[in-house]
Design a protein around this ligand. Sequence first.
Ligand SMILES: CC(C)(COP(=O)(O)OP(=O)(O)OC[C@H]1O[C@@H](n2cnc3c(N)ncnc32)[C@H](O)[C@@H]1OP(=O)(O)O)[C@@H](O)C(=O)NCCC(=O)NCCS
Length: 177
Amino acid sequence: METKTIRNGKTILLRKAVPEDAEQIVDYLKKVCVETDNLSFGLADMPITLESEIEYLKAIQSSTVSVHFVVLCDDEVIATANISGKSRPRMVHVASLGISVLRDYWHCGVGSLLMKAMIDWAKAGGVIRKINLTVRSDNQTAIALYHKFGFRYVGTLHDEMRVDGRSVDLDEMELLF
Ligand SMILES: CC(C)(COP(=O)(O)OP(=O)(O)OC[C@H]1O[C@@H](n2cnc3c(N)ncnc32)[C@H](O)[C@@H]1OP(=O)(O)O)[C@@H](O)C(=O)NCCC(=O)NCCS
């Protein structure tokens, strides 16, 4: 658990999510997926329900390869990030990463705090040796954030996503440690 004053002067709390956070996380996702087109889903096709989120958070509580972090400000979830691991022995060292922050809190250093927390967590677990992620090729802020934490560009997947019928390219990035 980490408490910090961020660039806008507010105090935030960063910690691992627990099943009791599920309702707030779902409300957060409903908000953030409307604020940005950078995620793999919109409000109409949000793949997460309250029930699925509770089950998921219960399932990962003692995992060494999957984790979910939340950032709270004034008791409201303002950012989340997760690392999702794999179970097959040949793939268990590889995980994928996702992150988002509410628009009101962009460029305050919250994304960086989450990235550091996730990478530190993955390294401390001793199982994950590689983190993959996918990012819109035009998402300059996220790409800058990932470069800052050592991720390197792997390649571009063309027409990998369609947002309101418009074709979007995605970049694959990876971090090995
Ligand atoms: C991408 C995202 C997570 C970044 O979070 P954030 O809290 O704004 O990130 P930070 O404030 O820690 O900034 C991270 C880095 O972004 C870059 N950055 C910050 N402000 C920037 C700006 N105005 N223009 C370009 N790059 C900028 C910098 O490299 C910065 O690092 P620095 O502060 O050490 O210079 C956030 O913008 C977001 O949630 N966007 C919508 C969802 C999304 O795109 N998720 C990623 C999907 S792959």
